[in-house]
Write a protein of this length. Sequence first.
Length: 204
Amino acid sequence: MTNFAEATDVLAYANDSSYVRARKTTVATAIQLSGGMVNFVWRLTLTDASTVILKHFPPSLRVNPAFAFPQGTVLYTLFHSTHIIHSYCPLERCELEYIALRSATSQFPKEKWSAPIPYSLDAANYVILEQDMPGVSLFDLLKQEVDQPLSTSDFNWIASSLLTFLTDVKSLVVPDMSIYANSPLTPVMNRMYLRNLTRMIDFD
């Protein structure tokens, strides 16, 4: 089994992937990026000097492998009004993100915001290979040194772009999204949003 926390394993996996083999090249280096508490994210540099992002969605927390996420078909309990509903549903975080990225890159222009183009999905190993986005991320931009402060016009542009993003995502049409509607994560997310209901619905 591939250990996506180790660069040597990531290199071996990537070089054997259909995407890399189809390009008739190999992966020279793998540098781990921030993946938060859950995912493993690597920037792969190929021998032709191009780069690609490998994102692995492990079936457990990255920072605590003992905390497992349900995968495949799982039993969940949903409390709705006075009824307790038991059901089974598929939960594949990797596949859902792949579908959402494909939808976003095909439905929206890249004037204010853009999503990475997904190149391949390996559902069995919970891996997406996707575009290495050019430019500086908002996360890195806001972390820059205090001697390089953002201007008022910069902040205005960021705010406008975020509003455009939220509006676009609200209207996003994702094929087969209904199969994720009863995800066991839905009640958890609902409880989180209920802490600030106005913020959840006031996108316009």
